[in-house]
Design a protein around this ligand. Structure first.
Ligand SMILES: C[S@@+](CC[C@H](N)C(=O)[O-])C[C@H]1O[C@@H](n2cnc3c(N)ncnc32)[C@H](O)[C@@H]1O
Length: 275
């Protein structure tokens, strides 16, 4: 794929899964450059329509929230709120650790933990992680605290519209950015229904997102190439392929005769949009 925003490969070692931030055991970490590109493509769609942000981002299959904490740091100041949900309580415990590091107190706790391990075991990897954490800390300190993203997590089945609407109750979502389970065996779980083919589970998630999205929400879904990212209630704005992943950037169709969720209240004059 052609990167429009992150044109150069940068050094993302501070963001590597397992260094300061934790990843989902058994799941390939979402590539940092790709996460940044997708977020910026979604933000650019909003900006072209006069919505400058900062944006509220939601991920209904957040796992360890690894890619969420990464975009939270890389685009600090541009993200107002990060909300994540997952069906798995253990994944949410990891997500809590990661998103907690978007606050100074949470990051300093992690730094102390890493420094303790460095001193106890004398390993180079721990020493390098402490250095990375201190660079992340500088990033946080450089941004006014009121611009640090707020965070929220909840347990919920992404295919249950009732669960999502209950939890998000009237909260506007500007960007959905989710990295869904890769194939049936590697993780789709649903509470209310029995076995369905993968494509149907993804369709059900898109269906339930219509309850919390507005006609302005931009929905980016990353999946393996075997799953079909389609739903008749959305138009596809962009499609990207990166390695084993495909990413579809969608927008709910407002004329679809559906009750869409609340819209965002922040429309700026397009003349002032940041591109
Ligand atoms: C590929 S992982 C997400 C990893 C995440 N992007 C990260 O960076 O840490 C997919 C997640 O979807 C979750 N999941 C599976 N079925 C779900 C469902 N019906 N509702 C919500 N989450 C679900 C799994 O528990 C898993 O944590």
């Amino acid at each position: 794929m052609r990167y429009r925003f992150v044109r150069e490969r940068e050094n993302y070692e501070d963001y590597a899964s397992g260094r300061v931030f934790v990843g989902m055991p058994g799941n390939p970490a979402f590539p940092v450059r790709l996460a940044s590109e997708v977020l910026q493509r979604c933000a650019a769609i909003h900006r072209a329509e006069g919505h400058r942000g900062p944006f509220r981002v939601y991920d209904p299959c957040c796992g360890a929230a690894y890619h969420l904490v990464v975009i939270g740091y890389l685009h600090i100041g541009q993200i107002r709120k990060i909300t994540g949900s997952d069906i798995d309580a253990e994944a949410l415990a990891l997500a809590e650790r990661n998103l907690g590091m978007l606050s100074l107190a949470g990051l300093e706790r992690r730094m102390a933990e890493l420094a303790g391990m460095r001193d106890a075991f004398g390993k180079r990897s721990h020493a390098e992680a402490v250095v990375s954490a201190s660079r992340l800390r500088n990033r946080l300190l450089a941004c006014p605290v009121e611009q640090h993203p707020q965070t929220r997590l909840f347990l919920g089945d992404a295919t249950s519209q009732a669960a999502l609407t209950r939890e998000l109750r009237g909260e506007a979502v500007d960007i959905v950015f989710t990295d869904v389970p890769y194939g049936w065996r590697s993780g789709w779980r649903i509470e209310t229904r029995d076995v369905l083919p993968d494509a149907s589970v993804l369709w059900l998630m898109l269906e339930s997102l219509l309850g919390v999205a507005s006609g302005r929400t931009v929905v980016a879904v990353a999946a393996d190439k075997a799953q079909n990212i389609v739903h008749e209630g959305y138009e596809r704005l962009q499609r990207l392929r990166a390695g084993k992943r495909q990413i579809a950037i969608l927008r709910p169709l407002t004329g679809h005769g559906r009750a869409l969720g609340p819209g965002s209240d922040e429309v700026d004059n397009p003349a002032h949009a940041g591109g």
